[in-house]
Design a protein around this ligand. Structure first.
Ligand code: DOR
Ligand code: ZN
Length: 431
């Protein structure tokens, strides 16, 4: 493998507090040197990064790759291409596939497919309960050994408090973080949007805020008892943010993530019955969006995670009530976060931290930094690049995004994984 010499970019590595023009040398899958005016190693490929931002490869804690079982929506190859085009060097794969990733065989299949694709890194997440049925715990030791980095029943909540207590105790013995999709089904009752003035106006059944926050409160009480590592997927409400902030203040091992769409849209987006705005948890109210933005800036929220959830028109071109929930996110995540920087809601360093070192820390993943010795995962970003996502240019097989046609400024130009270029957008026309 040729060494890479990334020259004269603005190197922004929040983990090492670096923000200045530097060269980065990558060799044998590692970052070997960082410095001004470094000599190129013999035979190295030179990448001119002048005028660009050089950051650690982005890490996504939450994605649905749909393989095995729903390859018509996405597969590991198309998901990898989409993630790489969005600047992600690593993605975590939620277990709600068919079959569910609740066994060694499924975990190994995912890892084998990811190896064959040789794109972004794929970290499987195993199920908490067998078949995501919320009844019996999965064999977590086996999942961990096969390569799962955490457990989650994402898409479904572990609704039983007693089962959640046992899941936390069990996962703790294997050092596996437990990721909760916080939604009390006896409160959400299949509501297809947020319960608010907007749901009344739309005439749609809503999910109240408390469907999320009561589970977060309950789980934090269980974390206090068990000491297990607990992570809240896609927090969407002000009350959840308050609960996590308070738990962190008390020193509990609690973390959380937010999606770009929950940081950007309110439930008023659902008033036109556009099923591309339907997601779970649902888009919330302006006060929630405001609280999420503040919590992302102050570090209460550790990471931005996409919840990349591909669906085709077969699942989306239906009445709002009947349409599937989910938004594809890999290719719009960085532009949406950069939009928050442009509107001064986040500093650039905070934005990059929540997409790199933040998520790496949450699950103890390698990468998330450009320090010498770290994996050679690097993303090169053009902050000035005009970018308008369109169905025909998205790499994902599925096009279910409410952000198609929106004009953004800034996108990933080059994604490098283990020293290999897996996405190169330099020759693409700006759009
Ligand atoms: O919007 C969502 N889509 N939320 C989930 O929790 C699951 C996901 C999916 O798998 O489609
Ligand atoms: Zn979820």
């Amino acid at each position: 493998m040729r060494a890479l010499h990334v020259r004269r970019g603005r190197v922004l590595d929040p983990a090492s507090n670096t923000d200045r023009e530097l060269d980065v040398v990558l060799s044998e899958g590692r970052i070997v040197a960082l410095g001004a005016g470094l000599a190129a190693p013999a035979g190295a490929e030179e990448i001119d990064a002048r005028g660009m931002l050089v950051v650690p490869g982005l890490i996504d804690l939450h994605a649905h790759l749909r393989e095995p079982g729903e390859e018509y929506k996405e597969d590991i190859a198309s998901a990898s291409a989409s993630a790489a085009a969005g600047g992600f060097a690593a993605v975590c794969a939620m277990p709600n596939t068919t079959p569910v990733n609740d066994t060694r065989a499924v975990t190994e299949l995912i890892l084998e497919r990811a190896r064959a694709v040789a794109g972004v890194r794929v970290y499987p997440i195993g199920a908490i309960t067998r078949g995501l049925e919320g009844q019996a715990l999965s064999e977590m030791a086996e999942l961990r050994e096969a390569g799962c980095v955490a457990v989650s029943d994402d898409g479904k909540c572990v609704a039983s408090a007693g089962l959640m207590r046992r899941a936390l105790e069990y996962a703790r013995t294997f050092g596996l973080p437990v990721i909760q999709h916080a939604e009390d089904p006896t409160l959400s009752l299949g509501g297809s949007m947020n319960e608010s003035v907007s749901s009344t106006r739309a005439g749609l059944r809503g999910q109240p805020h408390e469907a999320e926050s009561t589970i977060v409160a309950r789980d934090i009480a269980l974390v206090e008892r068990t000491g297990a590592r607990y992570h809240v997927a896609h927090v969407s409400t002000q009350a959840s943010v308050w609960l996590v902030r308070e738990a962190k203040r008390r020193g509990l091992p609690v973390t959380c993530e937010v999606t770009p769409h929950h940081l950007t849209l309110t439930d008023e987006a659902c008033l036109g019955y556009d099923t591309l705005t339907k997601c779970n948890p649902p888009l919330r109210e302006a006060a929630d969006v405001e609280a999420l933005r503040e919590a992302l800036a102050d570090g209460t929220i550790d990471a931005v995670a996409t919840d990349h959830a591909p669906h085709t028109p077969v699942e989306k071109d239906l009445e709002f009530d009947h349409a599937a929930s989910g938004i594809v996110g890999f290719e719009t995540a960085l532009p949406l976060v950069l939009a928050l920087v442009a509107s001064s809601r986040l500093t650039l360093a905070q934005a990059i931290e929540r997409l790199t070192a933040g998520p790496a820390r949450v699950l103890g993943l390698p990468g998330g930094t450009l320090a010498a010795g770290a994996p050679a995962d690097v993303t090169i970003v053009d902050l000035e690049r005009a970018f308008t996502p369109r169905a025909d240019t998205l790499r994902s097989k599925s096009k279910n995004s409410p952000f198609l046609g929106r004009a953004f400024c800034g996108r990933a130009m080059l994604t490098i994984v283990g020293g290999t270029i897996v996405f190169d957008g330099r020759a693409e026309p700006a759009a």
